[in-house]
Design a protein around this ligand. Structure first.
Ligand code: SF4
Ligand code: SF4
Length: 79
């Protein structure tokens, strides 16, 4: 596996995901994981991760985060 693939994580994926996690702010509480209707969020290494292929851009997770670690970049709805 190329080195850049391992380094992709959230930052590089942010270009094509509708919700971005601020890794510095996320406490790994899991509240967003519980609320996401699409199952697009999961915890990985104590941080929330968004699956850009699954995220609907509904924005429900954003106000759910107690430390404002989530921000919405778009509202496009996947077909
Ligand atoms: S915007 Fe909606 S679908 Fe996307 S991660 Fe948040 S709750 Fe899940
Ligand atoms: S709700 Fe916020 S702090 Fe909790 S896991 Fe999700 S992004 Fe992290």
């Amino acid at each position: 596996m190329p080195a850049e693939a391992a380094a992709t994580k959230n930052t590089a994926a942010a270009a094509d995901t509708l919700v971005v996690v601020d890794d510095a702010a996320c406490t790994g509480c899991g509240a967003c994981v519980e609320i996401c209707p699409a199952g697009a969020l999961r915890l990985e290494g104590g941080l929330a991760r968004v699956d850009p292929r699954a995220c609907l851009g509904c924005g429900i997770c954003v106000p759910e985060c107690p430390v404002q670690a989530l921000s919405q970049r778009g509202t496009a709805v996947r077909g």
